[in-house]
Design a binder for this molecule. Structure first.
Ligand code: C2E
Ligand code: CA
Ligand code: CA
Ligand code: CA
Length: 289
C-alpha cells in the first residue's frame, strides 16, 4: 500500500504523455487534412413534422485519415478550434455546402429522368459555425462573396450557432448576427437548452429557429423532466416567434409526440443518418420527399 501513491503518479503521467502524443499526432494530421482532401461533408435531412416533406439538410464534417482512420468531429473540431485551423476548415465547409446546393439545381440527366427537377433542388443547407468564425470580422463579407460567386440565394443558407457562442460576447455576436441577417441568411440556435442563455438576449437576436438538443429529445418519452424541458422550449420558442427543430429523433413514437406538441421540424436517425451526397440523393428519390 505504501508504493500506491508513487505508482499511481507514474501511471497517470504515462497516460498523460500518451494522450498528449495522440493529440499531437492528430493535430499534425489535421494540418494536412484539407490539402490531402481528407475532409468531406455528409448531409442529414430535416423534415416537416406535419407534412413529412424535406425542408433542409445539415452539413456535418467527416474526416478520414490514412493513419488515424475515421475521426469523429467531437474529437477533431475542438483541436481545429484551439489551433485556429477552424477558420480555414470552416471556410471550406461553407464553400462546399454552397457548391453542393448549386449542383442540386441542375436538372437530372439520364434516360428515364432527363430534365426532371433534382429532388434536392428546394432544400436549404445548414452549416455549423464555430465561435472563431462568428468572431471573425471578415465572416459577413466572405459569406456575401461566396453567395455572389456561387449564385446561391442567401435564404437557402442557414447558420447554426450555439447559445454559449452568443453569450460569450453577446454584444459582438448581436452585431454580427444582425449583419448576417441583413444578407438574408437564416439563423438557428443549436443545442438549445444545454448552455445558458439569457432570455432577454434571445429576444434581441434575430433568430429563425431553435434546435432542441438531442439530449432532451432522446429520452423524452421515458423521462418526464426531459419531456417538460422539451415542451417548455417549444412554448418559449413559439412565444418569440421562432420555429422549433427537434434533433436526435430516433423513433416514430417520439416523432409523433413532437408533432403533437407543435414542434415544426424533425431531424434524426429515425428519418436518416447524415449521408454523403449520392446516398442522400438516393434517399430523397426513395422517400419521395
Ligand atoms: P451538432 O451540430 O449538434 O450535430 C448533430 C449531431 O448529432 C451530429 O453528430 C449527428 O450525426 C448526430 N445525430 C443526428 N441525428 C441523431 C440521432 O437521431 N441520434 C443521435 N444519437 N445522434 C444524432 P456529428 O456529425 O458527429 O457531429 C457532432 C458535432 O460536431 C456537431 O453537433 C457539431 O457541433 C460539430 N460539427 C460537425 N460538423 C461541423 C462543422 O462543419 N463545423 C463546426 N463548427 N462544427 C461541426
Ligand atoms: Ca448543428
Ligand atoms: Ca445540435
Ligand atoms: Ca453541437
Amino acid at each position: 500500500a505504501k508504493t500506491t501513491g508513487r505508482d499511481m503518479a507514474l501511471f497517470y503521467s504515462a497516460e498523460t504523455d500518451q494522450r498528449a502524443l495522440a493529440r499531437q499526432t492528430m493535430e499534425q494530421q489535421l494540418r494536412r487534412a484539407l490539402e490531402r482532401q481528407e475532409l468531406s461533408l455528409h448531409y442529414q435531412p430535416r423534415l416537416s413534422a406535419k407534412g413529412g416533406g424535406l425542408l433542409g439538410v445539415e452539413a456535418l464534417l467527416r474526416w478520414n485519415n490514412a493513419t488515424l482512420g475515421h475521426i469523429p468531429p467531437s474529437e477533431f473540431i475542438p483541436i481545429a478550434e484551439e489551433t485556429g485551423m477552424i477558420r480555414a476548415i470552416g471556410g471550406w465547409v461553407l464553400q462546399q455546402a454552397c457548391e453542393q446546393w448549386v449542383r442540386w439545381q441542375v436538372p437530372l440527366s439520364g434516360p428515364s429522368a432527363r430534365g426532371l427537377v433534382h429532388p434536392l433542388a428546394h432544400v436549404s443547407i445548414s452549416v455549423n459555425l464555430s465561435a472563431a468564425q462568428l468572431a471573425d470580422p471578415l465572416l459577413v463579407s466572405d459569406i456575401e462573396a461566396l453567395l455572389a460567386r456561387t449564385g446561391m440565394p442567401a435564404h437557402r443558407l442557414e447558420l447554426e450557432i450555439t447559445e454559449s457562442q452568443l453569450m460569450d460576447n453577446a454584444h459582438a455576436a448581436e452585431q454580427q448576427l444582425a449583419a448576417l441577417k441583413s444578407l438574408g441568411v437564416q439563423l438557428s440556435i443549436d443545442d438549445f437548452g444545454t448552455g445558458y442563455s439569457s432570455l432577454a438576449y434571445l429576444k434581441r437576436f434575430d433568430i429563425d429557429r431553435l434546435k432542441v438538443d438531442k439530449s432532451f429529445v432522446h429520452d423524452m418519452l421515458s423521462n418526464p423532466a426531459d419531456m417538460a424541458i422539451t415542451r417548455a422550449i417549444i412554448a418559449l420558442g413559439h412565444t418569440l416567434g421562432l420555429k422549433i427543430v427537434a434533433e436526435g429523433v430516433e423513433d416514430l413514437a417520439t416523432a409523433q409526440v413532437l408533432s403533437a406538441l407543435d414542434c415544426e421540424e424533425l431531424q434524426g436517425y429515425h428519418f436518416s443518418r447524415p449521408l454523403p451526397p449520392e446516398a442522400l440523393h438516393a434517399w430523397a428519390l426513395e422517400h419521395g420527399v
